[in-house]
Design a protein around this ligand. Sequence first.
Ligand code: ADP
Length: 236
Amino acid sequence: MYTERFDKRNFNELRPMEAETGIVPNAKGSARFRIGNTEAVAAVYGPEEVKPRHIEKADRAVILCKYDMLPFSVPDRAKPGMDRRDIEISQVITNALNRAIILEEMPRAMINIRVYITQADAGTRCASLTAASMACADAGLPMRDLVAAVAAGKIGDSVCLDLTKEEEDFHEGEGATDVPIAFLPSKNEIVLLQLDGRVSKEDLKKIVEIGKEGAMKIYELEKKALKRRFSNESKS
Ligand code: ADP
């Protein structure tokens, strides 16, 4: 049984969050998103000339995204360089952003996105997507909507929002189920849905629902961070 969360949060409660944009001066757009002890920093460069040339598309931009966990972001020290997990996460972030950015408005261009995890305590792919989408908006890229992402899941009999690493590792019965979800809130569109573990159809529905409620709160925070940035800019 998992009746009380390790950090005493309610089952539908997010960890404390912070969001800010415009933090990397040399990037076209940038953002930092922290949720509990997970933090992602994203920087966006472009639209620029496509390199290597053979990936250029005549009718749209291409996104090149790299997710990287900094060595000191986890207690064990992550191995530098991209492993299979980093490649997979870079791909799912790209897939989601392909839906969010209006690529057709930037033919023959490349958008370079770098995401660094400075601290990891589960949910890094979701934090990365949230930070990357804010950075794209900060860069002034044409977008259908921001992406708001969070993991939800099931621990014991309880459907939970925003799992920590300690919760992901909880072992009872079949262990924890973790479902990273990303939305384009104003389009009511899911742009990322993965499943690590086992879950019934009914529970998956509940997990998506609780994830959606959490994502709406993240969406509000993202918009606030962007508004703050642009109202500060108009003052200076
Ligand atoms: P996500 O970070 O999106 O939840 P995973 O489920 O693959 O993706 O990872 C869960 C968590 O496991 C990470 O957020 C991090 O806390 C931890 N983790 C992942 N890779 C490593 C690693 N190489 N060393 C130590 N911890 C790691």
